[in-house]
Design a protein around this ligand. Structure first.
Ligand code: ADP
Length: 404
């Protein structure tokens, strides 16, 4: 019988979901997907089929918590997709800490550990853990799997995982964790279908959050996000790397306290802060304002800066991949980056770029450039399926039960 894998990505005010159907083998088909948005203000639940057509909706007049939203979602799935019973729920988790170097089945003790990491990542981790706790309350028998953004980077060499701080600071958790790992995992597994020979690879995940990753022989060796998701590239509203001394100065001079400083760095900086206009690259590219141009120039400057650094760490470059909202759609950004990587051997194909690739480099280019759409949800679904099937096979081996 077909089984369903529910994938959840719980944010502080919204909850995205996708239901996958598995009928055997490796194939996973998306059955429906959607979101519970604006949970703190004017909540709305919407479900779409795989073509994007709306097939279910509900609104609430006042704020709801995650459990209320999830009960409505599970009830809807039961009534409308009940022929494919849920076999497991996979969750996007930002922080897996030192313990999780890969996806894991989660129990109450693991949830306590993950809750304990919330101080390291206060933006997403608490709502993600609460999403798992809510599912455990509603559906205690349903296996739950956590897939971590940090896991992919735990293979990085030690020098890429540390800061030059005393041991006590390191032991308090101040490490170069890296994020967007589920997206990099997906691109890493997908790239061979496009470019079978690529061993030295740079991936630029350019969405409203943006980072880059250097991948050598399928393993992360460096990534731009660090202890937090502020580090590295400038983003829609996040600053990217900023001198720690400047933050001390702002605090000491009373321009900010820790809360307002966090707000500025996460919500008011980046492309929005630099342009004074918008965090959206579409708006900035369409604007004639010099400040919008400066924001785009700074974004490209930082991507090229890290591309050069990562080519050095990789000892050369075979392929450069653009992904996520900006990477998949913003042809002028890709053109500006690729033009400045010509010295590495990237011969850019402007016509292919205008059509969003997938290949952006000419046939004779020694460095290949690609646009590959990312899909974090299917990666979470695949890991979830693999873990529950592995657990069933283990049970079979241990107790002689029939694996389903
Ligand atoms: P996230 O999942 O991190 O919220 P996305 O990967 O969806 O973000 O990327 C969102 C960003 O992608 C938008 O803020 C916008 O700047 C950019 N974007 C989306 N479509 C286009 C487009 N057609 N041209 C340029 N930029 C785009």
């Amino acid at each position: 019988m077909d089984k369903g894998i529910l994938v959840l990505n719980a944010g502080s005010s919204s909850l995205k979901f996708a239901l996958y159907q598995h009928g055997g083998g490796e194939k996973l088909d998306v059955s429906c997907h959607g979101e519970i948005e604006a949970m703190m203000t004017a909540p709305r639940f919407v479900v779409r089929d795989k073509t994007g057509a709306e097939i279910g909706a509900q609104s609430w007049p006042k704020p709801i918590d995650a459990e209320t939203g999830l009960r409505v979602l599970l009830d809807w799935l039961n009534k409308n997709r009940g022929a494919v019973p849920l076999a497991a729920c996979g969750h996007r988790l930002v922080q897996g800490g030192e313990r999780y170097h890969g996806p894991a089945l989660v129990d109450a003790e693991a949830l306590d550990y993950l809750d304990g990491l919330a101080m390291l990542e206060p933006q997403h981790q608490p709502s993600e853990v609460e999403g798992m706790r809510a599912i455990a309350r509603i559906h205690p028998e349903l296996p739950q799997v956590a897939v971590f953004d940090t896991s992919f980077h735990r293979a990085m060499p030690e020098v890429s995982q540390i800061y030059a701080v005393p041991k006590t600071v390191h032991d308090a958790g101040v490490k170069h964790w890296g994020y967007h790992g589920t997206s990099y995992d997906y691109i890493n597994r997908t790239l061979p279908h496009y470019d079978a020979g690529a061993k030295k690879v740079i991936v630029a995940h350019l969405g409203s959050g943006a980072s880059m990753c250097a991948i050598l022989d399928g393993k992360s060796i460096a990534t731009t996000m660090g202890f937090s998701g502020i580090e590295g590239l400038p983003m829609g509203t996040r600053s990217g790397a900023i001198d720690a001394g400047a933050l001390l100065y702002l605090l000491r001079r009373g321009f900010y306290d820790d809360k307002s400083l966090q707000h500025m760095l996460y919500e008011e900086a980046g492309l929005k802060g630099l342009s004074g206009i918008s965090n959206d690259v579409r708006t900035l590219l369409a604007s004639n304002s010099p400040a919008a141009k400066l924001a785009i120039d700074y974004f490209v400057h930082r991507i090229v800066y890290f591309a050069g650094a990562y080519a050095a760490l990789l000892g050369g470059l075979d392929a450069f991949v653009f992904t996520a909202g900006i990477g998949e759609n913003a042809a002028p950004i890709r053109a500006a980056v690729c033009a400045r990587l010509k010295w590495l051997g990237l011969d850019f194909d402007a016509a292919a770029n205008a059509n969003n690739g997938p290949r952006l480099s000419t046939e004779s280019s020694t460095v290949r450039a690609w646009v590959i759409p990312t899909d974090e949800e299917i990666m979470i679904a695949r890991h979830t399926l693999a873990l529950i099937e592995g657990a069933a096979a283990d049970a079979h081996a241990q107790f002689g039960q029939q694996a389903p």
